[in-house]
Design a protein around this ligand. Structure first.
Ligand code: ATP
Length: 406
């Protein structure tokens, strides 16, 4: 077996079939840097379907950034072709091409002496939009990335947190509404909690904007969570496997891919489902924390549950109480029982929810919406059932694919 076979393996090119014209098609794309013995990117061929998030994941130096820079022609290919939306753009004018492709990089590259608004307006200004249209677009994009235009438009980049800067980077790349976005490790330098939040926001945003997004990361968990399709790359951007996350986890094409996924494929599968996608237990007993203990006791008794969840005026979970806590409550529920733990947003992954349940020692996670209002409970049983069904669906896909090819 050659090294290439080891990387590629028998199922390397097997991807879930799509018939529509891809948004991006790379054909035998190659880049040799001057003075380097081997090409940095060697004959890469791949189709990237419209409206999907395609994640390129691979070890440091395997050519991910080079591949991205070839797509928007920041660097010129040595050979091979690039097609965008059915058109061969290998020799098209790079400036015009780049207006169709938003680019977000790890160090964001915001202009420090421009305000947030001016940063976002860069491309619309180049395109000659009038002032009113640019102003409206800046406000619309700040709203879209969850930042209040009245607060943020006039600030300078140094007056923002890392997460806020990252959101501005995304807003700027979206400014001229390009059909394609390239994102090179956009969440790489951000702490894990902010990173989880930005990933959730990013998925929500993509549901609205439905761009074709090429996303580079080192992190297989991030790839599994965000990708509709993942390309696991070996040296020189050789494709070791290009497929859906579920299929890669269930059927790694080679030992290289197995090693890359690492241990715990079942646990990683939990990155595939969002809390908001599974059936929650919506029958929890709840009462207002500013109500009386007697009302709470009635609700608890008639629910048949052993504990009751106290919510504030906006429906946000505050405390858990049982019958004994209510007997001892002495009229005021604000100090009764235990404060809640394991709060998770509907946009979080099951993996994150499970981690919260384990670390807070809670038997269930409390699921809340974007404004913190209670939506339902998520228990271990639901998490396990969901993991099993993802595995089953993926095995069914492979059995069906094999039946067709046999
Ligand atoms: N301008 C350049 N001149 C010469 N060689 C380069 C140049 N840019 C990158 N390379 C080399 O090409 C290879 C691929 O680099 P690239 O930056 O695309 O990898 P990567 O997968 O994005 O890495 P990382 O994950 O560390 O960012 C590396 O061996 C790198 O040293």
């Amino acid at each position: 077996m050659t090294a290439t076979d080891q990387i590629a393996g028998p199922g390397a090119s097997q991807a879930a079939a799509t018939t529509a014209e891809p948004m991006i098609r790379l054909e035998e794309l190659t880049k040799s840097y001057r003075g380097q013995k081997k090409p940095a990117v060697d004959r890469v061929t791949m189709d990237m379907p419209r409206g999907e998030i395609i994640v390129l994941v691979g070890p440091s130096g395997c050519g991910k950034t080079t591949t991205m820079e070839l797509i928007n022609r920041l660097i010129e290919p040595t050979s091979g072709r690039i097609h965008l939306d059915g058109e061969d753009v290998t020799t098209a004018d790079p400036d015009t091409l780049r207006r169709r492709i938003g680019y977000v990089i790890q160090q964001i590259g915001l202009f420090p002496h421009f305000t947030v608004g001016e940063n976002i307006a860069t491309v619309p200004k180049l395109l000659g939009w009038d002032k009113a249209r640019i102003g409206n677009r800046v406000d619309e994009l700040l709203d879209l990335v969850g930042l209040d235009p009245a607060v943020f438009a006039k600030r300078y980049p140094k007056e923002l947190s890392g997460g806020q800067r990252q959101r501005i980077g995304v807003a700027r790349a979206l400014a001229a509404d390009p059909p394609v976005m390239l994102m090179d490790e956009p969440f790489g330098a951000i702490d894990p909690i902010t990173r989880e939040r930005l990933q959730n926001e990013f998925l929500r945003l993509q549901q609205q904007v439905k761009k074709t997004i090429v996303f580079v990361t080192h992190d297989i968990d991030e790839a599994i969570k965000l990708g509709d399709r993942i390309a696991i790359l070996g040296e020189q951007s050789r494709i070791a496997q290009y497929d859906t996350p579920a299929n890669i986890l269930s059927n790694p094409a080679s030992t290289y891919v197995e090693d890359f996924i690492g241990s715990g494929a079942s646990l990683k599968r939990l990155n595939l489902s969002l809390v908001g996608d599974v059936a929650l237990d919506t029958g929890a007993a709840t009462a207002r924390i500013d109500g009386t203990a007697a009302e709470a006791r009635d609700t608890l008794e008639s629910s048949g549950r052993s504990a009751l969840l106290l919510l504030d005026g906006q429906g946000r979970p505050q405390r858990w109480v049982d019958a004994r806590d209510l007997d001892r409550a002495d009229g005021d529920l604000r100090r009764a029982g235990e404060p809640v733990s394991a709060l998770v947003d509907t946009g979080a992954t099951l993996s994150y929810a499970l981690n919260e349940m384990l670390t807070s020692n809670a038997g269930v996670a409390l699921v809340v919406d974007g404004s913190g209002a209670f939506q339902g409970l998520l228990d271990f049983e639901t998490v396990m059932v969901t993991t099993r069904s993802i595995q089953r669906d993926s095995s069914d896909f492979y059995r069906a694919a094999k039946a067709v090819t046999d």
